[in-house]
Design a protein around this ligand. Structure first.
Ligand SMILES: NC(=O)c1ccc[n+]([C@@H]2O[C@H](COP(=O)([O-])OP(=O)(O)OC[C@H]3O[C@@H](n4cnc5c(N)ncnc54)[C@H](OP(=O)(O)O)[C@@H]3O)[C@@H](O)[C@H]2O)c1
Length: 258
C-alpha cells in the first residue's frame, strides 16, 4: 500500500492487518503505521517504489496529495511503472468521481492515472471517491448551522467507510476490471440542521479559495450523483453525515454535563 502513513492509509491498514499480510510503503519510514512491515516508497523516487512493491500480490495505490497536476501525474505514473516492473498482481487506485471521462480540471490527474493503469495491462480496480465527509460535518455555531451550499445535496462519504471498502476490494474476489463510483447517502445542510433542531441560514461564500469552488459545485447540483457501489462493497449502508453530526452534538453535551 502506498502513501500508507496518511489518514486514509492508516484506516485501511486497521482493516487489513487482521485479514492478510500488509506492507506499508511510506516516503518516510519514521512515519510508518505501527505493527506492519514498512518499506520506503517515495512517489518521486521510482527505484524506492520498485523495491517497496516487490512481491505484492495486490497494491493499493493511494493518490498523492501533490497539488501541482503535472507533478502529481508524474508521481502516479512512477507508481504504475514500478508496479508493472515489480510484477504486482493487481492494483486498486483511489481515484475520484468523474475521472472516467474528466480529462481536465480537478479530475485530470485521476483520469491520466486511470488511463495509465489500463495501458499498463495490470489487473485493476478503480475506487472513485467523492469528497470526504470528514471535512464537511456541519457544526452548530452560535445556535445555528450555516453554509453556502444552496441547500443542495452532497454525496460525500467518510474516510472510514472508504477505507473499509478498499480493504474489502483488496481481500475479496470479483472486483477486477471494475470502476466503483463510491458515494455516501445524499444529505444537505438544512436537513442536518432540522435533525439537530437548530435553524439553518444560507450565507455568502467566505471568499475565493477551494471551499468557494466546492460550494459553487454543490450549488450547481454537481454533488447529487448517487450510486449503490459503496454500500454494495461494504455489505451495509455507509455512515450518514447526520448520524455523525448527532453523535458529535451528544458527545459535546455529555462533556458539558461532566
Ligand atoms: N476525496 C477527498 O475529499 C480527498 C481529500 C483529501 C485528499 N484526497 C486524496 O486522497 C489521498 C488520501 O487522503 P488522506 O486523507 O489519507 O491524505 P493525507 O492524510 O494527507 O495523506 C497523504 C499521504 O501521502 C503521502 N505522500 C505525500 N507525498 C508523497 C510522496 N512523494 N511519496 C509517497 N507518499 C507521499 C503522505 O506521506 P507523509 O506521511 O510522509 O506526509 C501521506 O501518507 C490524498 O493524498 C489525496 O490525493 C482526497
Amino acid at each position: 500500500m502506498s502513501a500508507a502513513s496518511g489518514a486514509l492509509g492508516r484506516l485501511v491498514i486497521e482493516h487489513l492487518r487482521t485479514r492478510t499480510e500488509v506492507v506499508a510503503a511510506v516516503r518516510d519510514p519514521g512515519r510508518a503505521p505501527q505493527g506492519v512491515q514498512a518499506r520506503r516508497g517515495d512517489y518521486d523516487d521510482p527505484a524506492s517504489l520498485r523495491e517497496a512493491f516487490d512481491g505484492a500480490t495486490r497494491l493499493l495505490l493511494i493518490s498523492s496529495p501533490e497539488l501541482h497536476t503535472a507533478r502529481r501525474i508524474g508521481q502516479h505514473l512512477n507508481a504504475v511503472t514500478a508496479a508493472k516492473e515489480a510484477g504486482v498482481g493487481a492494483v486498486a487506485f483511489t481515484s475520484f468521481l468523474g475521472a472516467g471521462t474528466g480529462a481536465t480540471g480537478m479530475t485530470e490527474a485521476y483520469h491520466a492515472t486511470e488511463q495509465a493503469i489500463i495501458r499498463s495491462g495490470l489487473p485493476y480496480t478503480f475506487l472513485r471517491h467523492p469528497f470526504y465527509s470528514d471535512a464537511f460535518v456541519p457544526r452548530i455555531v452560535e445556535g445555528e448551522i450555516t453554509s453556502s451550499t444552496g441547500g443542495r445535496g452532497l454525496n460525500t462519504a467518510f474516510r472510514s467507510d472508504l477505507a473499509e471498502a478498499a480493504a474489502n476490494v483488496l481481500t475479496g474476489e470479483g472486483h477486477l476490471g471494475r470502476a466503483y463510483d463510491f458515494t455516501g447517502p445524499l444529505w444537505s445542510y438544512p436537513e442536518v440542521a432540522e435533525a439537530l433542531g437548530v435553524p439553518y441560514r444560507e450565507v455568502p461564500d467566505a471568499g475565493p479559495g477551494p471551499m468557494s469552488w466546492i460550494n459553487a459545485q454543490i450549488r450547481a447540483g454537481m454533488l447529487e450523483q448517487r450510486t449503490d457501489d459503496l454500500e454494495r462493497v461494504l455489505g451495509r449502508p455507509a455512515e450518514a453525515v447526520v448520524s455523525r453530526a448527532l453523535r458529535a452534538v451528544s458527545e459535546h453535551s455529555n462533556c458539558l454535563d461532566n
